[in-house]
Every structure is written in C-alpha cells, then in structure tokens.
Design a protein. Sequence first.
Length: 396
Amino acid sequence: MTDDGLPDELRAENTIRIGQQPRNGGEALRKLVWILPWLIFLGAPMQDLASGRHTPAATAAGWVALATFTGVYLTLVFRNMGRPFSGPAVGAFVVLLATLAIVLGLTLGYPWIGLFVYVSVTCGAALPMPVTYWAIGLNALAMLLVGLYNSKFDWSLLLVVVLLGFAMTGVKQLVRTTIELRKARATVAQLAANEERLRLARDLHDLLGHSLSLITLKSELAGRMLPGDPDKAAQQVADIEQVSRQALVDVREAVTGYRRPRLSAELAGTQVALTAADITADVPAEPDLAGVPEESESALAWALREAITNVVRHSGAGRCAVEVLRRQTLDGQMLELSVEDNGSGGSGKGPGNGLTGLTERLEKAGGSLEAGRTKQGFRLVARVPAGSPPAVGSGA
C-alpha cells in the first residue's frame, strides 16, 4: 500500500515506468505525450518553410530534413526512456542530429538555430556521463558559430541550450537511481523472504526434533511395558498424546511467528525428556531471570531444547547436568546456560543443522555458543545478554 492509500499494483498500472520499456500502447502514448511538448522549438523552422522565402527545391529539402531530424530525435529519446540503443548507435544518431542542425542552420538561416536545443537534450539524455559534458559544450560552440555566421544571435537561447542539456543529465541520473532503487527493493524483499524461511526452518527443526525424539522414546518404552505392565504402557501412550498435541500447538505458533519459548518451561521439559531416555538428570529449579530481555530468554530456551535433543538422540549418555547462572564479563552481565553429558558427543562430523541454526539465533540476540568434546563427554555453553537486575531495596 502506498502513502496515498492506493495499492501498489494500481499505482504501478497508472504511472509511467521511468527508465523501462513501455508495457502497452497506452503507456507508450503517455510517454510520447510527455515528450511532444518539447517540440515547441520546431515552430520557427516550420514558419520559415511556410513563409515562401525559399525556392521550392530548398523548401522541399527543408521539410525532408526537418522530418528526418524530428524522427531521429523522437526515436532516440523515446527509446532511451525504455530499453536504450547500443553505444555506437547512440553516437551515430547524435552525430546525425548535430550535422543536420549545423547544415540547416548554415543554409536556411537563423530560424533553424533552435535545432541545437534538441541536440543538447539528446546529448544529456542518451550519451554516457563522461562524454555528455564535452558534447553539450561542443554543441553550444557550434550553435554560437552558426549564429555568428548568420550575423544574429540570442545569448539567452545559448543559455537555454546549455541548461537543458545539463538538466537532462540530472533526469538521466534520476532514471538510473530509480532503476537501482527498484532493484534494491526487490533484493531486500528477497532477503527478507530468505530470512523468514530460515527462521521457520530453525523453529521447525528445534520444535519437531525435540518432540519427535520424545515421542519415539516413549513409544519404545510403551512397547516394552505393554506385555507385562499395560497400565504403565497406557500412561506412556497418554504422555505421547500430550506431547503430540503440544508439538502441534508449537508448530502453529512458530509458523505465525508469535512463539517465544520460556526457559522455565524448557527446564521442566528437559527433566521429562532425560528421564524418559533413562538418563540421570541434574536440572536446576526455576532460574533467576529478573531483568533478562525476552529475546535473550527465548534464545537460551531454544539452546536448551536443541542441546537436550542432541543428548537424547545422539550422545548415548547416562548422565546430563544443566546449569543456568549469571556471569559478569567485559561485555556486561551475561546469562549462561551449560549442558554437559558423559556421552560420545554424536557422530563427530562437524556441527549439524541444529547447532548451526542455534549459533545464528544466539548471535542475533547478541550472544554466543561454544560446543565441543570434553574428557568426560560433551559440553555446550550458550551465553546471552542478561540485562541489569533490579537493585535490591530500590524504591518506585
């Protein structure tokens, strides 16, 4: 939606696309109407031909030359408002226009001096920028010499020729900037779409990886309990249903972009997941999150979920310890999450998609991630800015 309330699509259909080729006949007509008023300087040559002061042969030749000049001018300027000609073709057209202006001005008299206006406009609109300044200057000099040859000259017209030529260089720069801005906006939109897809991929990986691992473990446990202890097996099946329903809710919230996982909830889920995997769990109680920004807490909750998913699925550990504490660093106060197990640490083929996405998530929140093997197993440490805790005893 644009600032004036019109949809972008409607505005695009109702405006002239500067610097682009016309899409249809109506748009081509609008561009032509924008160009035609500038043909006012052709009035003097037309009146000169209609005055009858030239011979019939000179008059006929003048009309042909004037039509050729106008056709070349309109072709060059109109085409360069869309898909421009090649450099050599543009140069040839400009030379032809300048030649016609000089020849007609010398042979048919001073009324034809206005043709140099169109040569200057063409130089400013069509030539490359380094060449434009020289071309406009040479055109002005040629106009001055033709005027002196006719023993009559209007210095204000010379000023108009120079100013119009340089004004068209500004229009050309505006067209180029408009095209670059259009491309930049398309690039930004593409980058935003890529970022959203990356966010969704990270969320779905973290959500489904954890939930499906827990469902798999509980399904295996229920299968082992089913022959001898159906009541406990039924409880595991009930837990599977609850985890599945929660996973469905989490996925829906992740898709809409509103989900912000809480660290306390993830700690509780960690205890359940490790116990179901028959891993001895050392999980802290409710952590102190006073003053911690929501973005930091959310990133740390994702880190805990990914770490526990890896412990359950890949490590083969028998014990896992989780610790959450505050640390004062040179970068300010940080909230640190440590997850350490006595397992093998996985396949050892480098960080997977989970840890890669987790690193990106933490860096976006201003934090960092460290993960690697230790003598006893594997350790993951995630840090995020903790903010400033409220002062004890401070008044309102």
